[in-house]
Design a binder for this molecule. Sequence first.
Ligand code: PXP
Length: 240
Amino acid sequence: MKLGVNVDHIATLRQVRGTLYPVPSAAAAICQNYGADSIVMHLREDRRHINDNDVLTLKNNITVPFNMEMSVNKEIVAIALKIKPYSVTLVPEKRKELTTEGGLDLVRYYKKVNNALKLCKARNIKVSLFIDPIKKAVDIALAMGVYAVEFNTGRYSETKNEKLRKSIIDKLTKVSDYAKQKGLFVAAGHGLDYDNVKGIASIKSIDELNIGHSIICRAVFCGLGNAVSEMKNKINGVTL
Ligand code: PXP
């Protein structure tokens, strides 16, 4: 199973003090050297962490795929079309949220999502949709012609109730198997950490996990490279 490392919170550290450091693209290079299979940056409309220069310069620092997370906002889509990341993951975005809350509502926002998707596909950018693990959402994503879906693991990560976790894993396994069988690249993420990742990593049909906050937090204690390789080992069943 692959690991995509989200480096948004390297930028958070920079923004809280208005300094020029730490530089997210430099962190991305370290993540790559220690086993990250892709790098994720979310260019938010409010630029609260990652900024335009971060996404512009990232490709000069890494050789692994750059997965740009973004909303369907026109200005942000135009930036993606200009810099041409390997893939984009379309997510819902609210100004006041601490982090992405829930998957895309593909029924309500079909037109907006589909328009952004078409523009990206025309530029040969692969498109993934961040959705809740529901078969209907996978079917809509398939009809839109996506390359990938990313399943929201937020509900799984938030609960400590083992019974509920197990039922979420069972449901996620079914939907993920379905998406895989239909030919999609399957990703999952949100709120995954060193303790809870194993349950999700046990789902064979998931190709990649996208993880940010827990890795950057762990890096404070053991260094970014160690934090990335420790997570990679956890995902692939090597106990340290
Ligand atoms: N996937 C998506 C779509 C996200 O929005 C985020 C948060 O930016 C993540 C994965 C990573 O979540 P976390 O930082 O909780 O690991």
